[in-house]
Design a protein around this ligand. Structure first.
Ligand code: DP6
Length: 357
């Protein structure tokens, strides 16, 4: 133990972890287990929108962790981190011997509706999984913990913090939730899609059009809970299973038409579930719809490979073939930014994995 404590004092790691955008949506949790999805989902990592987190593990003082956001204390973040560390203590018994000094910063503004919790919990989990490897001996474990490799283990831990976070670990499209269409898929952690993406559907980019940067009226966690006793939940979970299988085939075969149809339908189904929950609610704003209509019109006129998707908020993600960057960005500037709050938008490539910093 003394030996471990000596090691602990120099245990400091850092990871940069991307956010991600779901193509087939995770919406609804199983009623048993810790944060297990009611249906499988698939996402692309947003490598240019990331959290950078460092964790230093030192012999335990009277506190389990100290959290800072870019060096400054941020008490409002502490309850979520505390709950997360308490939940993963079952898996990481060693945490009780340590105080974690956690510092995190996102390279995109908080409250823009893009999944900061995915990047944040992803980066923190990567640090925890890395320290676990250092403490337990990577070689002795062959890099595996409970049968999971490092990325799966990081994904497993981050899932407990926020479900969507577990899909931020891979450069390939990431699948979370059991599906017959994806070998090795699991409810416990995300895996890579496992088949190569066709050239016509790789190298796509995302422009996030910020329609509303305020606090959401209903959080994702509350939204998931409304799927219990939802009249259309079972039909939705079945449709997501089908869409997952179809989109994997479309990405493999380069079927752009089918890809676009599934992605846009998934976004609208997500919001349809919100509108048909009890209590019902609407997170789209008038400018969300205005942007969607502009995208449809532009696609009709130009035939360019592009589509929209939404997460649980008012902002619109415009996904497009990166080879058409100039034309699409001109369209964004000329036709879409007037619908954005203070003309705000964020850009990212897709398909980058986390990196050690
Ligand atoms: C609409 O992962 O934020 O973005 O697991 O409760 O933290 P918790 O929820 P969260 O839900 C994200 C839902 C979504 C769709 C998706 O990312 O698949």
């Amino acid at each position: 133990m003394d030996h471990i404590k000596q090691q602990m004092e120099i245990l400091e790691v850092g990871y940069r972890c991307p956010s991600n955008i779901a193509l087939v949506k995770y919406w609804g949790k199983k009623s048993t287990g810790v944060q297990l999805p009611a249906n499988p989902s698939i996402s692309l990592s947003l490598g240019d929108l990331y959290a950078s987190t460092t964790v230093k593990a030192s012999p335990r003082t009277d506190v389990a962790f100290v959290f800072t956001l870019a060096g400054a204390s941020k008490p409002s973040f502490e309850p979520k981190i505390e709950a997360f560390l308490n939940k993963i203590a079952v898996d990481c018994a060693w945490l009780s011997d340590y105080t974690l000094y956690i510092d995190s910063v996102n390279n995109f503004p908080h409250g823009t509706g893009i999944a900061s919790s995915a990047a944040g919990f992803g980066a923190l989990s990567l640090c925890v999984a890395h320290i676990e490897q250092l403490l337990m001996g990577y070689a002795a474990l062959d890099g595996r913990v409970n049968g999971m490799d490092f990325w799966q283990r990081s994904s497993y831990l981050s899932r407990i913090g926020s479900g969507s976070a577990c899909r931020s670990m891979y450069s390939q499209p990431a699948v979370w939730g059991e599906s017959d269409a994806v070998a090795g898929s699991s409810d416990l952690y995300a895996v890579e899609m496992g088949v190569a993406v066709h050239a016509d559907l790789s190298g796509w980019k995302d422009v996030v059009l910020i329609v509303d940067d305020g606090e959401k009226s209903v959080s994702s966690t509350a939204g998931h809970a409304l799927l219990e006793n939802h009249p259309y939940a079972l039909a939705r979970f079945g449709k997501a299973q089908e869409n997952l299988a179809s989109i994997v085939g479309a990405m493999r075969d380069g079927n752009v038409k089918s890809f676009i149809e599934i992605v846009e339908s998934e976004a609208l189904q997500l919001h349809a579930m919100m509108m048909t929950s009890l209590p019902y609610y609407v997170l789209m704003r008038p400018n969300t719809l205005a942007i969607i209509e502009k995208i449809w019109q532009f696609r009709e006129e130009t035939g360019l490979p592009m589509c929209f998707t939404l997460d649980a908020g008012a902002n619109v993600h415009l996904l497009y073939d990166g080879k058409k960057d100039e034309t699409v960005m001109n369209f964004v500037h000329n036709e879409l930014l007037s619908y954005c709050k203070n003309r705000q938008y964020l850009c990212s490539e897709t398909g980058k994995r986390p990196v050690l910093i």
